[in-house]
Design a protein around this ligand. Sequence first.
Ligand SMILES: [Zn+2]
Length: 92
Amino acid sequence: MKRILWCFMDDGIFISSNSVMDMSPLFCPVCDFVMNNASDDNYFSKYECCTDCAIRWAESNSNKWISGWRPTKKEILAEIKKRKLSPPSFQI
Ligand SMILES: [Zn+2]
Protein backbone atom coordinates (compact mmCIF):
# COMPACT_ATOMS: atom_id res chain seq x y z
CA MET A 1 0.00 0.00 0.00
CA LYS A 2 1.24 3.46 -0.84
CA ARG A 3 0.80 6.29 1.61
CA ILE A 4 1.95 9.85 1.29
CA LEU A 5 3.96 11.33 4.13
CA TRP A 6 2.79 14.91 4.67
CA CYS A 7 5.27 17.34 6.15
CA PHE A 8 3.65 20.35 7.82
CA MET A 9 5.91 23.38 7.57
CA ASP A 10 5.43 26.86 8.99
CA ASP A 11 4.42 28.21 5.60
CA GLY A 12 2.22 25.30 4.41
CA ILE A 13 2.34 21.62 3.49
CA PHE A 14 5.38 20.18 1.78
CA ILE A 15 5.39 16.86 -0.12
CA SER A 16 8.58 15.71 -1.78
CA SER A 17 8.80 13.12 -4.54
CA ASN A 18 10.60 10.85 -2.09
CA SER A 19 7.81 11.04 0.47
CA VAL A 20 5.61 8.38 -1.18
CA MET A 21 6.64 5.02 0.24
CA ASP A 22 5.42 1.54 0.99
CA MET A 23 3.87 1.46 4.44
CA SER A 24 1.36 -0.68 6.25
CA PRO A 25 -2.13 0.76 6.81
CA LEU A 26 -3.27 2.11 10.16
CA PHE A 27 -5.80 -0.72 10.62
CA CYS A 28 -5.53 -4.41 9.81
CA PRO A 29 -7.58 -5.24 6.69
CA VAL A 30 -8.71 -8.51 8.32
CA CYS A 31 -9.63 -7.61 11.92
CA ASP A 32 -9.63 -3.78 11.85
CA PHE A 33 -7.37 -3.57 14.91
CA VAL A 34 -4.77 -0.78 14.97
CA MET A 35 -1.43 -1.74 13.45
CA ASN A 36 1.05 0.02 15.66
CA ASN A 37 4.41 -1.71 15.86
CA ALA A 38 7.29 -3.03 13.77
CA SER A 39 6.01 -6.59 14.00
CA ASP A 40 2.73 -5.51 12.37
CA ASP A 41 4.73 -3.86 9.58
CA ASN A 42 6.75 -7.03 9.02
CA TYR A 43 3.70 -9.30 8.95
CA PHE A 44 1.81 -6.85 6.74
CA SER A 45 4.57 -6.94 4.14
CA LYS A 46 4.33 -10.74 4.12
CA TYR A 47 0.62 -11.46 4.68
CA GLU A 48 -1.15 -8.09 4.42
CA CYS A 49 -2.53 -8.36 7.95
CA CYS A 50 -1.53 -7.62 11.56
CA THR A 51 0.70 -9.80 13.73
CA ASP A 52 -2.23 -11.40 15.56
CA CYS A 53 -4.04 -12.34 12.34
CA ALA A 54 -0.81 -13.65 10.83
CA ILE A 55 -0.12 -15.88 13.82
CA ARG A 56 -3.75 -16.94 14.22
CA TRP A 57 -4.55 -17.69 10.56
CA ALA A 58 -2.00 -16.75 7.91
CA GLU A 59 1.04 -18.74 9.02
CA SER A 60 -0.86 -21.96 9.65
CA ASN A 61 -2.69 -21.64 6.30
CA SER A 62 0.05 -19.89 4.33
CA ASN A 63 -0.66 -21.56 0.97
CA LYS A 64 -4.39 -20.86 1.22
CA TRP A 65 -3.71 -17.37 2.58
CA ILE A 66 -1.42 -16.43 -0.30
CA SER A 67 -4.03 -17.63 -2.79
CA GLY A 68 -6.65 -15.37 -1.19
CA TRP A 69 -8.34 -17.43 1.51
CA ARG A 70 -9.46 -15.48 4.59
CA PRO A 71 -11.34 -16.58 7.73
CA THR A 72 -15.11 -16.12 7.77
CA LYS A 73 -16.65 -13.01 9.30
CA LYS A 74 -17.92 -15.21 12.15
CA GLU A 75 -14.40 -16.50 12.86
CA ILE A 76 -13.00 -12.98 12.76
CA LEU A 77 -15.67 -11.68 15.16
CA ALA A 78 -15.00 -14.56 17.58
CA GLU A 79 -11.26 -13.75 17.49
CA ILE A 80 -11.92 -10.04 18.07
CA LYS A 81 -14.10 -10.88 21.07
CA LYS A 82 -11.34 -13.13 22.47
CA ARG A 83 -8.69 -10.43 22.00
CA LYS A 84 -10.82 -7.81 23.74
CA LEU A 85 -11.18 -10.11 26.76
CA SER A 86 -7.45 -10.76 27.09
CA PRO A 87 -5.37 -8.31 29.13
CA PRO A 88 -3.27 -5.86 27.12
CA SER A 89 0.43 -6.60 26.85
CA PHE A 90 3.00 -3.87 27.14
CA GLN A 91 6.72 -3.86 26.68
CA ILE A 92 8.67 -1.44 28.85
ZN1 LIG B 1 -5.58 -8.34 12.11
